[in-house]
Ligand binder design. Structure first.
Ligand SMILES: *Cc1c(COP(=O)(O)O)cnc(C)c1O
Length: 393
């Protein structure tokens, strides 16, 4: 195990220990990697982006990878590449980061929410089957907190014309039946926000095995620009402007971000191994706390542990979840609800006429889930401190 130091406790051992919920693991190698693009002057999408895309697609066993500015823009690009728009329906889990639903609205299509399961926090596939209509174009299967959704079961219930988009924002480094996410469905979308397994500050990646979708997505990433056949035949001619036949965006990752990404990618497996080690440790140390339900890992899954999300069973817990989070904060321990029920957010309640209690599991998890610290900058003593504080409650 690499021994990382916990900043607060290290700087001043007398001060009480601070264990943040999540801290990105970047350092000197990432710093050094920025040098080449800065000195060359090639700052936007260029050789480093190409290198990052190549390494990422190889690691995830998928033919094409297209780097973007964020996980959100990768998701938007996926829907745009599929040509999804007004009148179309896209099925989205009710318990996920709001971006998963927002991107559907960006295209003018309608998000159709589906409740999740309380054991895996991932979409309830039997419930998905009830929601498929003639208008359904895609399902966004979120691999929440780094655990892959049951894609095979989803494929069994979906008609062939419905695409599966993996929201793998949290899932780089995970595996489903031995296979990496990104190529399990039609398109995959990753995030490199500092709270995810590897980071580029902000950033994302769209993956697919479909060459036509890959070409469309790559064009849409850069204003929909394509070289005309003539320009292509005559090779790169800098004085010639590309033709534009589609409404595109500027979702290009910079070479500065990709330079960091290339280094981070080399550490991905080490990061995930370390996270799995400590997740198992938590399972051992916290098993006796009956009021704290620990996250379940189905067989055949390698969890990426983007977050270690527990459930506080308020019927038997010493205090309600929010009071527990406050007590832990007083001891320097950062926690957070796992994520939110999108269907309980003001904007979605107001604009989608959602009734209270329509998505009971999502609402329950919104109120009772609690992520505890697990990341690649924690020391043994930090983990001991968290386990001790939970027992002291
Ligand atoms: C983080 C996240 C996103 C968005 O990724 P960004 O890079 O922050 O835009 C989307 N979906 C899920 C499930 C996420 O956790």
């Amino acid at each position: 195990m690499p021994s990382h130091k916990s900043c607060g406790a290290q700087a001043n051992p007398k001060k009480h220990r601070e264990v943040a919920l999540s801290v990105p693991a970047t350092g000197d190698e990432e710093w050094q990697a920025l040098r080449a693009p800065i000195e060359s002057g090639w700052l936007t999408q260029g050789p480093r982006v190409a290198e990052f895309e190549k390494g990422f697609s190889a690691r995830h066993g998928v033919a094409h990878a297209i780097a973007t500015t964020s996980g959100t823009t990768a998701l938007h690009l996926a829907l745009a590449a599929l040509g999804i728009g007004p009148g179309d329906e896209v099925i989205v889990p009710a318990f996920t980061w709001v971006a998963t639903a927002n991107v559907v609205l960006y295209t003018g299509a309608t998000p159709i929410f589906v409740d999740v399961r309380s054991d895996t926090y991932n979409l309830d596939i039997d419930a998905v089957a009830q929601l498929v209509t003639k208008r359904t174009r895609a399902v966004i299967a979120v691999h929440l907190f780094g655990l892959c959704a049951d894609i095979d079961a989803l494929k069994r219930i979906l008609p062939d014309n419905v695409s599966i988009i993996e929201d793998a924002a949290c899932a780089a480094g995970s595996a489903y039946k031995g296979k990496a996410p990104g190529g399990l469905g039609t398109l995959g979308c990753f995030s490199f926000h500092p709270r995810k397994s590897i980071t580029t500050g902000e950033g994302g990646m769209l993956t697919t095995n479909d060459p036509v979708l890959a070409e469309r997505a790559a064009a849409l990433r850069s204003h929909g620009a394509t070289l005309s056949d003539e320009a292509r035949r005559h090779g790169p001619a800098p004085h010639r402007m590309p033709d534009i036949n589609m409404l595109g965006f500027n979702y290009r990752m910079s070479d500065l971000q990709a330079a960091v990404g290339v280094v981070q990618l080399t550490k991905l497996d080490e990061f995930i191994d370390e996270r799995n080690h400590w997740a198992k440790w938590y399972h051992d140390k916290l098993a006796d706390l009956r009021w704290l339900k620990l996250p379940h890992v189905p067989e055949n899954s390698r969890h990426a542990w983007q977050a270690f999300v527990t459930i506080v069973d308020e019927t038997i817990s010493p205090l309600p979840r929010n009071a527990i989070m406050e007590m832990l904060q007083k001891r320097g321990i950062g926690t957070r609800p796992g994520t939110h029920a999108v269907t309980d957010l003001g904007y979605y309640r107001d604009t989608h006429g959602i009734q209270a209690g329509e998505y009971p599991v999502a609402s329950y998890l919104d109120q009772c889930s609690m992520a505890i610290p697990l990341h690649n900058r924690m020391s043994d003593a930090d983990y001991q401190h968290v386990a001790q504080a939970l027992h002291d409650l």
